[in-house]
Design a protein around this ligand. Structure first.
Ligand SMILES: NC(=O)c1ccc[n+]([C@@H]2O[C@H](COP(=O)([O-])OP(=O)(O)OC[C@H]3O[C@@H](n4cnc5c(N)ncnc54)[C@H](O)[C@@H]3O)[C@@H](O)[C@H]2O)c1
Length: 258
């Protein structure tokens, strides 16, 4: 895939981590397709990428709807050609709640987007990539999917994304298709800044919990995907790369009972 312009589709890329990743891939020379439910915000992201000299289009997408997902992939490949890179980023967050306090409807909604949505997208794109004997899939998991945190639906859904990543890497590898995940830690997104401003999240505590003493920036996640989806990572498949400024290692290290 080196030397030629790639076609990269990113779900949930109207804003946040997905938007930053879309901008990074466009800056790197890819033609980027942004799939999201936020049509106006998606159009603004496309305009910003084009103003930077990049190439992007927006396509409406609901990752929980199988017809929407298959229609998204079919329309892109019909109008723009084969998708080289597909990044599953769309996701919804959960507040820290004990199991009895999370309504089961909310549990199901989280799984619908955060796991089933990734599954549906992989189910739509992986067979096409296998058939072509080329392609890369990137999945946004979370450090919450690696260690237990107080998010009883979100965490297991992200663990399932990591497991699916490994399974599909094994299944697709013989067809020259790589599948990897990135697990962000506490990311400094505009939404997170809003929560700091509202006093519902503690920035200092998040920073102190990281071995590197700082929060992950959206561009850190984008750079990890940029590498994992490049030919420089041609030997890497089935991994889940934490991009967390060392929260995971610091948590267990600091818990040592001495
Ligand atoms: N922010 C963090 O600290 C953090 C940490 C770890 C992992 N993540 C993961 O990163 C990803 C992006 O999160 P973010 O912080 O940028 O959140 P965000 O809310 O800013 O962005 C998520 C995007 O996904 C879109 N989306 C939601 N449901 C969708 C659906 N059904 N179909 C299509 N698009 C949909 C939203 O419209 C939005 O544009 C998520 O998968 C999230 O779980 C975030």
């Amino acid at each position: 895939m080196s030397g030629e312009r790639r076609l990269t589709a990113i779900t949930g890329a109207a804003r946040g981590i997905g938007e930053t990743t879309a901008r990074r891939f466009a800056r790197g020379g890819d033609e980027v397709v942004i799939g999201d439910m936020l049509d106006d915000v998606g159009a603004e992201t496309v305009a910003a990428i084009e103003a930077d000299g990049g190439s992007a289009v927006y396509r409406p997408l609901d990752v929980t709807d199988e017809d929407s997902v298959t229609g998204f992939v079919e329309a892109i490949e019909r109008d723009h050609g084969p998708i080289d890179v597909f990044i599953n980023n769309a996701g919804v967050m959960q507040d820290g709640l004990a199991i009895e306090d999370l309504p089961i409807k909310e549990h199901d909604r989280l799984w619908d987007v955060d796991y089933r949505g990734v599954y549906l997208c992989c189910r739509a794109i992986a067979p096409r990539m296998k058939e072509r004997q080329r392609g890369v899939i990137g999945n946004v998991a979370s450090m919450f999917g690696i260690a237990p945190y107080m998010v009883t639906a979100y965490s297991p859904a992200k663990t399932a994304v990591i497991s699916l990543t490994e399974i599909l890497a094994a299944e697709c590898g013989p067809h020259n298709v790589r599948v990897n995940a990135v697990s962000p830690g506490y990311v400094h997104t505009p939404m997170m800044q809003g929560r700091f401003d509202a006093g519902v999240r503690d920035k200092d505590r998040m920073e102190r919990s990281a071995a590197l003493g700082t929060m992950t920036e959206m561009r850190d996640v984008a750079e990890a995907f940029w590498f994992l989806c490049s030919d420089r990572a041609r030997a890497i498949t089935g991994v889940n790369l934490p991009v967390d400024c060392g929260v995971l290692v610091a948590n267990s290290y600091n818990a040592f009972p001495r």
